[in-house]
Unconditional design. Structure first.
Length: 98
C-alpha cells in the first residue's frame, strides 16, 4: 500500500450503529431526529452540519440524499439537498427552505 493510501485509510472513521428498530419509534419523526442530532453532537467533534439519508424504493434500488445545513446571520439556516437520480450522473443541488 502506498503512503498516501495508508494515510487516507488511517484517517477514516467507522460509524457503528445499532440500527433502527421500528418498535422503539415514537409517532413523531421530529423526536427521532432530535435523538439522532443529540447523538451526533456527542460523538462528532465540532458541529454536525450534514446528514445522509439512504432509502430503497419498491423495486429495491437504493437512493441516497445528502442534506447540508449552513448557518446564516439573517435566518436560522440554509438547507441544501444534494441528490442524483442515477448513480452515473452528477449530484443535483436543491435549496430547501426552513
Amino acid at each position: 500500500m502506498k503512503p498516501t493510501q495508508k494515510s487516507i485509510v488511517s484517517s477514516r472513521t467507522e460509524y457503528i450503529s445499532d440500527g433502527l428498530d421500528e418498535k422503539t419509534l415514537s409517532g413523531n419523526p421530529l423526536d427521532l431526529f432530535e435523538k439522532w442530532m443529540a447523538e451526533a453532537e456527542r460523538k462528532i467533534a465540532g458541529t454536525p452540519n450534514a446528514t445522509f439519508l439512504a432509502t430503497a424504493g419498491k423495486d429495491g434500488r437504493p437512493s441516497g440524499r445528502i442534506e447540508f445545513w449552513q448557518g446564516r446571520a439573517h435566518r436560522l439556516h440554509d438547507r441544501i439537498l444534494y441528490s442524483r437520480k442515477d448513480f452515473s450522473k452528477e449530484w443535483i443541488a436543491e435549496r430547501l427552505y426552513p
